[in-house]
Ligand binder design. Structure first.
Ligand code: TRP
Length: 432
């Protein structure tokens, strides 16, 4: 069976090298693996949580779509779509919201960070928390479960969300699956080597730290500018430098093969100046990013092409999402009224498949009962009672207490195996 890989990227702002190295590049590489079915999407519903500037949302979504395509995404192999083009996702979000424990959401890192920040600023803990932010992990779970993804490549900071997704999926399966696994439990995939690419100041590269190197935006000039601002130590050219812990070196590594990495380190230990090292880094990155940037510019100049690609992707995604959602609605009880007949029929069939007690009167005038298995086989035969009521009371007691009521002096004869009798009586107790 093929393995499904899914990842989304929130459409606020434009992308930086950290997004490319940590998310886009590994995702596209994995999508080329035989037997892998990939789903990549613009998480624009997620973007609304963080941003209330419509034009920015719109522009960012477009830029990010163009970025994935420019970076080599093959839409033949990958189902590539906008989250907001798939109405099944918010609908699934609600079904999941209804089985998600609030206490679990209280522990989400993003929410806790917002609470900590507000508290530190002397505000109410939830001062800056919308329900969107609070429920963020549920929407993300819907993204993933909608397509029953097995693997979800994400940054380390997102791993908790995948764990929450598993919990939610498990709970849903347990409540509504009736033994079926309605949802696959996904696994987070983090690229151990490259996760959390450092930014200019050595902290994780992130818009919120204002320390990013842009991916395409601003062209090669912006790339050069940003690299020039990477913080290093103050050793002069000619002085030996320790490569360990230098953001510059880690960023270099992200674009270099093993030999280049070793050579770069050796050169720094041998006294390579930071200015020269930065030029080498720019050349290395530009060699890989440059050709993509040209494709990016081309796509940005032709929004109609982008739109057509995404419409096709949405159609493909919905063709998969719609049948699953239909099944889920059915599972939770959101059913067309016309399917009630089918339900009643199923219930009757279930009844027919249960064992039965039969009570009757013989020619001798006495009252009897017998227990028959679901298949109609005789399991217990009572002796004759003077009063019909006494037979009835024994039946009730056997249904209630099961095998425990079958003591040596019980007025019944065993006709079936002990196991069959026990199973039949248990069925009554479960039913009651
Ligand atoms: N929350 C992710 C991020 O900020 C983006 C995202 C949304 C996502 N839905 C997803 C990632 C589903 C993986 C799977 O990076």
């Amino acid at each position: 069976m093929s393995s499904r890989v899914l990842t989304g990227i929130t459409t606020t702002g434009t992308l930086h090298l950290g997004n490319y190295v940590g998310a886009i590049r590994p995702a596209i590489a994995a999508s080329r693996t035989p037997g892998v079915e990939s789903f990549f999407f613009m998480a624009d519903f997620h973007a609304l949580i963080k941003c209330d500037e419509p034009d920015r949302i719109a522009r960012s979504s477009r830029a990010i779509a163009a970025t994935w395509l420019a970076a080599g995404l093959d839409t033949e192999r990958v189902t590539f779509y906008r989250q907001s083009d798939i109405p099944e996702i918010p609908e699934l979000t609600w079904l999941l919201t209804c089985v998600t424990a609030k206490g679990q959401m209280n522990r989400a890192h993003a929410y806790k960070a917002a609470v900590d920040a507000a508290t530190a600023a002397g505000e109410e803990p939830d001062a800056n928390v919308t329900m969107g932010l609070f429920s963020y992990p549920v929407l993300m779970a819907a993204d993933i479960l909608m397509f029953n993804a097995h693997k979800v490549p994400v940054g380390k900071d997102q791993v908790q969300h995948i764990e929450m997704t598993r919990d939610i999926a498990q709970r849903f399966n347990h409540l509504f699956g009736q033994g079926r696994e309605l949802f696959t439990l996904p696994e987070a995939v983090t690229d151990a080597e490259m996760e959390l690419l450092p930014g200019l100041d050595g902290r994780k590269m992130s818009k919120s730290y204002d320390n990013v190197i842009p991916l395409f935006e601003g062209g090669s000039a912006a790339l050069k500018d940003a690299v020039a601002r990477i913080v290093t130590d103050s050793k002069l050219p000619g002085e030996p430098k320790a490569p360990e812990g230098q953001a510059l070196v880690t960023i270099y590594d992200a674009f270099a093969c093993a030999q280049q990495r070793a050579a770069f380190r050796a050169a720094l230990r041998g006294g390579l100046g930071w200015g020269e090292a930065k030029q080498q880094l720019v050349a290395l990155i530009e060699g890989q990013i440059g050709p993509m940037r040209a494709r990016y510019d081309e796509l940005m100049a032709h929004p109609e092409r982008l739109e057509a690609i995404l419409q096709a992707g949405a159609a493909r995604a919905r063709a998969m999402a719609a049948p699953l959602l239909k099944q889920l609605r059915e599972a939770v009880g959101l059913r067309p009224y016309t399917s009630a007949a089918a339900t009643a029929k199923a219930a009757k069939l279930d009844k027919a498949a249960l064992p039965v007690f039969k009570q009757y009167r013989e020619a001798d005038g006495r009252f009897y009962f017998k227990l028959l298995s679901a298949g109609g086989e005789l399991l217990l035969q009572s002796s004759g009672f003077e009063q019909g009521r006494d037979a009835g009371q024994w039946v009730a007691r056997l249904k209630r207490e099961g095998s425990a009521a079958l003591s040596a002096d019980a007025p019944v004869r065993r006709e079936g195996s002990d196991a069959d009798i026990a199973a039949a009586l248990t069925a009554f107790q479960e039913e009651g």
